[in-house]
Design a binder for this molecule. Structure first.
Ligand SMILES: Cc1cc2nc3c(=O)[nH]c(=O)nc-3n(C[C@H](O)[C@H](O)[C@H](O)COP(=O)(O)O)c2cc1C
Length: 222
């Protein structure tokens, strides 16, 4: 039983990475965390070259992830909100799962996925899109956790004077940035708790699958 956690944030070690890891850490089974940061993953080009063998032919970093995706029993997909939807790196990754959809249904059918969705202001929007993509791959949705991350406006150096940035939107114009008013996952213990419960829930789904499979084998043996 293996859970693959994939964070689509281009910022390593930030909120998306951290919350995906919280989900993985709570599940008592084999897990692997992959950050898409720095990876080159192009959008699906609709070339249909994957139809004969369920293998995408675009020569980029998605190729090295293919076997890990196929061999995992469950996923944690994490993405940040960029302009009221999931960021394009995560979207490209999820589009490219299209290589598994051909001929006799999806090669990912029956696997489980939990969703981690982060935003500076509206964390729930990436989740809506990711949840809508899962049925295309016949992946079962286990649950979603959302949390607030610190927008880069808190560290860009112009946040206090910028009239269009997240600092002005969240705190009001002209406010000083302090550690107290900077969003941080550590200040959202209920979200960490939710993430851990989600990890336990994936584990329970996988265990139920294993015992259902064992029952089937033993009833066939009788
Ligand atoms: C280009 C860009 C666009 C963003 N757009 C939004 C947005 O529309 N709504 C929102 O709530 N947060 C937005 N954010 C803030 C991010 O969602 C927030 O910083 C989040 O914590 C990023 O996840 P990370 O910390 O894991 O990198 C945006 C950030 C960037 C860099």
């Amino acid at each position: 039983m293996k859970i693959l956690g994939i964070s689509g944030s281009p910022r390593r070690g930030k909120t998306t990475d951290r919350l995906v890891k919280e989900v993985l850490g709570a599940a008592n089974c084999e897990t692997e965390f992959i950050s898409l940061a720095g990876k080159k993953i192009a959008p699906c080009s609709a070339c249909l070259a994957c139809v004969p063998d369920n293998r995408c032919k675009i020569p980029d970093d998605m190729a090295a992830l293919r076997e890990k995706i196929l061999s995992a029993d469950a996923y944690v997909f994490g993405a940040p909100n960029y302009f009221s939807t999931l960021n394009s790196l995560t979207h490209c990754f999820l589009e490219r799962l299209c290589q598994f959809r051909h001929r006799s249904g999806s090669a990912l059918a029956g696997k489980y996925a939990a969703i981690v969705s982060i935003g500076g202001i509206t964390p729930e929007l990436p989740a809506q899109v990711m949840e809508a993509m899962l049925p295309y791959y016949q992946i079962k949705h286990v649950g979603t956790v959302t949390a607030q991350g610190a927008a880069s406006c808190f560290t860009c150096g112009q946040g206090e004077s910028c009239s269009v940035g997240a600092v002005s939107i969240l705190l009001g114009p002209g406010q000083k940035i302090t550690p107290e008013n900077t969003p941080d996952l550590a200040k959202q213990p209920e979200k960490i708790q939710e993430a851990r419960l989600l990890g336990k829930k994936i584990e329970a789904c996988l265990l139920a699958n294993v015992s259902a499979g064992e029952e089937q084998v033993s009833s066939q043996a009788v």
